[in-house]
Write a protein that binds this ligand. Structure first.
Ligand SMILES: O=C(O)CCC(=O)C(=O)O
Ligand SMILES: [Fe+2]
Length: 244
């Protein structure tokens, strides 16, 4: 996995281009249920097997074969990635973004084990990753020098280009200490070696360079695969799995 690490970011993000083939991508796109989308004002989404309850609990159910093979099996075979996750991958959020759509900067929070695997399908998109502003007590704040305050005032940020068929893994402080979001634009501009954190790892720089550093957005669908920490035992009994 080390060859796929995005060095520019706080540890750790890994970017694997061409994680799935074009045939596998087409097959997954065909398998996504057409009648389960929930429309939000800026995108639509669906959750497999279901959305979490109000208490962030999963009613467990086996994931469908089209998600298990090849995507989940292949991710689980990456040494160490989901090794510490109590349930492995038990949940998949599917987000669809049309050109001009995005997602506000946010963190995924405590409902999930702090490892996220994102598979991108369809179009390319830039993920903006921003250092979280750490909350400081007033006492600590007043003890800091003017210089320190100045350097701390601008949170660091990075741009990660997610190509179709790629896998992005977010772990550790990249999960806990940053926010991620996608701008609501119809094209991503100023894409270059200087501005894109995973430039060296991209599967295809040449088409971006040929377009003058621009990526015109087309429909992108992402699979966000995670381990929901709280699993309902009622559901577990139903499916005959003694997991907590
Ligand atoms: O679509 C993506 O890559 C990001 C989705 C996301 O951040 C989320 O659903 O929490
Ligand atoms: Fe997220």
């Amino acid at each position: 996995m080390e060859e796929f690490r995005v060095d520019a970011l706080p540890s750790s993000m890994y970017y694997v281009p061409n994680f799935i083939s074009a045939e596998e991508e087409a097959s997954i796109l065909q398998s996504i249920p057409a009648n389960r989308w929930v429309s939000l004002s800026h995108r639509r989404l669906q959750a497999i097997p279901s959305r979490l309850t109000a208490a962030n609990t999963l009613l467990p159910s086996p994931l469908p074969a089209w998600l298990r093979k090849p995507v989940i099996e292949r991710i689980m075979s990456l040494i160490g990635v989901f090794g510490g996750a109590p349930h492995g991958i038990n949940h998949c959020l599917i987000n669809e973004y049309l050109p001009g759509q995005g997602i506000m900067p946010h963190e995924d929070g405590g409902a999930y084990h702090p490892v996220v695997a994102t598979v991108s399908l369809g179009g390319s998109i830039v993920l903006d990753v921003t250092e979280k502003r750490l909350e400081r007590s007033e006492e600590l704040e007043s003890a800091r020098s003017a210089d320190e305050k100045l350097t701390q005032s601008t949170p660091k940020s990075w741009r990660v280009l997610q190509e179709p068929r790629s896998l992005l893994i977010t772990i550790g402080s990249a999960y806990t200490d940053t926010l991620h979001g996608i701008a609501e634009v119809t094209e991503d501009v100023d894409l270059s070696e200087k501005t894109i954190a995973n430039w060296e790892l991209l599967g295809d720089h040449s088409s971006i360079v040929a377009c003058g550093g621009r990526n015109e957005r087309t429909t992108r669908i992402s699979l966000t695969l995670r381990d929901v920490k709280k699993v309902s035992s009622v559901g577990s009994k139903l499916f005959g799995k003694a997991r907590t």
